[in-house]
Design a protein around this ligand. Structure first.
Ligand code: SF4
Length: 511
């Protein structure tokens, strides 16, 4: 539909002779998916929601020609019932702080000039011109940035470890193999701001001593791939990639590797095997990729969102970044907000924002006035939290303490009508499907877990099944080889812990 809207706007602009004054450009995701398609008129910042191709005529004739915003296309605040024309006044955006998503929805992602106009490639220039690799790494370490792919490992420390390994060749890898159901954080960054990732990868290459970078991206993201390719070519043309970058003697090139969509390939050792043309199976760590990764060489793997933070940290300084967030989780986190919530979309909030603020202030509360039951964070391997955790400030450690995890940023809200046993079964079906089958606790154990859940939901369960589920879940967690298996029983354990009554209700129904 966005294509049609763009075409229609362009036709009316041409028809009325405005083509020399007005440009129609696609930009990246605004995040407010619930209200899409969105058209923003600049420079006055008017934000039109739920636009249809037929609305183009009125936007051009009324707004562009006569300077009168089209009231019926403005966002209406659900409480005050007032129309709001600037996104800054909307509850959806008020509590957000956009660092990784800073350019999404602001620039034309196919224009390197627009990226440069918002301080793009300034951080790379600063590093190459003023900072040594050690000084750059120190800045990243001081910022407190932790890996946004789920692990939460300190990014600067990872770069330092890779830098300190002696090798004739090293690699920088960007993990864009986003696979959580309903998650689209990395896709949106690559679609909306590909240069931020390219710039950060070059900075990482400079720091660790690598001349080659690889972006591992799932083939189901054609627009992200296309925009990444355009951005790579532009960076080469501008002398920001390739040989002798900015005349400093530093060489760095980036290639793209397409993934076939296996969830387990988001695990870094499986990802590296897949890039090498091998089966995408995880291997035991150590050795970590920082020591022996792609083609056996030291390899630094970070995900898209982690990289997107790097240029801003170097431009604004570690102390600016480290003031945002909580004591041990600095900066912001991007979440894909989905499920039974009014404002489905992509959001970025400072660490320490509570789940209640995300669900009720930004998310606009539960759909159709229903009651909240649970929120699942951490993707298919995360936990389901009850209303008792709504005031939990979101950060890596608090979510683990609450029985869930940060993961890469999936957040799914469930209402009073959802059956939590079926939810646990749904997630388990996903991990069963995606298990690579290499180790038996994950391959066979999860199958047995699923059978028990199936029996319970079919009314054939017994009370002692709950103990069996817990026992088997803990064995799978303790003995699986990789993170997928180690976290796969989390939805089962957290729903037994928080919603045991629903399991027992199924058991009692069958008696
Ligand atoms: Fe494969 Fe599962 Fe074992 Fe990971 S835990 S290696 S996904 S079988």
């Amino acid at each position: 539909e966005s294509d049609e809207i763009k075409k229609s706007l362009k036709n009316w602009i041409d028809e009325l002779g405005l083509e020399d004054d007005v440009q129609v450009v696609f930009t990246g995701c605004f995040g407010f998916c619930e209200k899409g398609p969105i058209v923003k008129v600049m420079p006055d910042n008017t934000f039109y929601v739920n636009v249809k191709p037929d609305d183009a005529e009125e936007i051009v004739k009324e707004h562009l020609l006569k300077g009168r915003p089209v009231q019926r296309l403005l966002y209406t605040d659900p409480v005050s019932k007032k129309a709001i024309s600037d996104s800054k006044g909307m509850n959806f955006y008020k509590k957000q702080l956009r660092i990784a998503l800073r350019n999404c929805g602001f620039i034309n992602p196919e224009s390197i000039d627009e990226y440069i106009s918002r301080d793009g490639y300034m951080a790379l220039g600063k590093c190459l011109g003023e900072l040594t690799p050690d000084e750059t790494i120190k800045e990243i370490k001081d910022s407190g940035l932790r890996g946004r792919g789920g692990g939460g490992f300190p990014t600067g420390l990872k770069w330092e470890i890779t830098r300190n390994v002696e090798s004739d060749e090293k690699y920088v890898v960007c993990n864009a193999d986003e696979g959580d159901p309903g998650a689209f954080m990395d896709r949106s960054i690559l679609e909306g701001d590909p240069h931020s990732v390219i710039e950060a990868m070059a900075i990482c290459g400079y720091c660790i001593g690598a001349e080659n970078g690889l972006v591992y991206i799932r083939a189901e993201y054609p627009l992200a791939i296309e925009r990444l390719k355009i951005a790579l070519n532009q960076a080469r043309e501008y002398g920001l990639l390739g040989e002798d970058i900015l005349g400093t003697g530093f060489n760095f090139e980036i290639d793209i590797r397409l993934g076939a969509g296996a969830f387990v390939c988001g695990e870094e050792t499986a990802l590296i095997h897949s890039m090498e043309g091998l089966r995408g199976e995880p291997t035991f760590k150590p050795p970590f990729p920082s020591v022996s990764g792609y083609l056996g060489k030291p390899t630094n793997v970070n995900n898209v969102e982690t990289f997107a933070n790097i240029p801003v940290i170097l431009n604004k300084g570690a102390s600016w970044f480290s003031k945002i967030g909580t004591e041990k989780s600095k900066g912001t986190k991007v979440f894909a907000l989905a499920g039974k919530i009014n404002n489905v979309g992509l959001i970025e909030v400072p660490m320490g924002t509570t789940l209640r603020e995300v669900i009720y202030d930004i998310g606009g509360g539960i759909k159709d006035g229903k009651g909240f039951k649970s929120v699942q964070t951490g993707g298919p391997s995360g936990g389901c939290l009850t209303k008792d955790f709504l005031d939990t400030p979101i950060d890596y450690d608090n979510l683990i303490k609450a029985g869930s995890m940060m993961g890469s940023g999936g957040m799914i809200v469930m209402d009073e009508d959802d059956c939590m046993v079926s939810i646990a079964k749904f997630y388990l079906e996903f991990t069963l499907e995606e298990s690579c089958g290499k180790c038996s606790p994950c391959r066979i154990g999860n199958k047995r877990l699923h059978e028990i859940l199936e029996n319970i939901t079919n009314g054939n369960g017994k009370e002692e099944d709950l103990e069996r589920l817990k026992l088997l879940s803990n064995v799978i967690k303790d003995t699986s080889l990789c993170g997928l298996g180690q976290s796969s029983p989390n939805p089962v354990l957290s729903t037994i812990l928080n919603f045991e009554d629903e399991y027992l209700a199924h058991v009692n129904e069958g008696k």
